[in-house]
Design a protein around this ligand. Structure first.
Ligand code: Z5A
Ligand code: MG
Length: 216
């Protein structure tokens, strides 16, 4: 294989339902990759620190109301405002781990069952964003989730919403490539071992994948 001067980093997305363990696993994956000598950054969406992120934060906490389409586009804009820096990092050899991404974006909005907000509509603003080299979907049953404590106080943390989200993730991932489904209803160590294996295999494919692709 041909190696350029700087090997690009990988774009790794971690998705899943509430309390599937995404953030815990992103931390573990970051440590694993660092220990193996890789430069790595861990980011999460929504990024509540930007002006757009602050609007999203107040919406999720329930203190501000927004039209469904409008808040959807703000979630997407929150990714677009970070997209360039992801591209720059990847090109300079940094692997970027992303906690929730376009998939959550499309699915949570479509789960509202607003007649003019289909999954197809919701996907459109994601087209052109950096495309993950691998998406790890942490799959977990409602029963296992319930063992991890009750719902929090945020807007989408209720049974009906989570059930629709689960079904929509399934129908979205039927159409996506590069998705690895991980059984997240096991111990932290078991889940992280599977994630490490999937990510290691992804690094082996990186030369074949070539440059960072765009979301279609
Ligand atoms: N949203 C959207 O609508 N549109 C968008 O474009 C995006 C997001 C990007 C906030 O997201 C909301 O935004 C979310 C989707 C929507 N709505 N909901 N609901 P967030 O990412 O900020 O949500 P979060 O609250 O930080 O994450 P989370 O999904 O609820 O949790 P998690 O990161 O998957 O899990 P965790 O924090 O790692 O673990 C949860 C608990 O389980 C914790 O007590 C752990 O210690 C425990 N845990 C974790 N793993 C295990 C295992 N293996 N065994 C036992 N216990 C475990
Ligand atoms: Mg989280």
């Amino acid at each position: 294989p041909t190696h350029s001067l700087t090997r690009r980093g990988a774009l790794i997305v971690v998705e899943g339902l509430d309390r599937a363990g995404k953030s815990s696993q992103c931390e573990l994956l970051q440590s694993f990759l660092r220990e193996h000598g890789r430069a790595v950054k861990y980011i999460r969406f929504p990024d509540r620190s930007t002006p757009i992120g602050k609007l999203i934060d107040s919406y999720l906490r329930g203190s501000a109301n927004q039209d469904d389409h409008s808040i959807h586009l703000l979630f997407s804009a929150n990714r677009w405002e970070i997209a360039k820096s992801i591209e720059v990092d990847i090109a300079s050899g940094i692997t970027v781990i992303v906690d929730r991404y376009s998939y959550s974006g499309a699915v949570y909005s479509a789960a509202k069952a607003n007649p003019t907000l289909s999954l197809e509509w919701a996907w459109q603003p994601e087209i052109g964003l950096p495309r993950p080299d691998i998406c790890l979907f942490l799959s977990i049953s409602a029963e296992e989730t319930a063992k991890r404590g009750g719902f929090g106080a945020e807007r989408y943390e209720n049974e009906a919403m989570q059930t629709r989200v689960r079904d929509l993730f399934r129908s979205l991932f039927d159409r996506q490539e590069d998705v690895e489904v991980i059984d997240a209803g096991r111990s932290l160590e078991e889940v992280s071992r599977d994630m490490q294996a999937a990510v290691t295999a992804c690094f082996d494919r990186l030369d074949a994948i070539g440059p960072l692709r765009a979301m279609e």
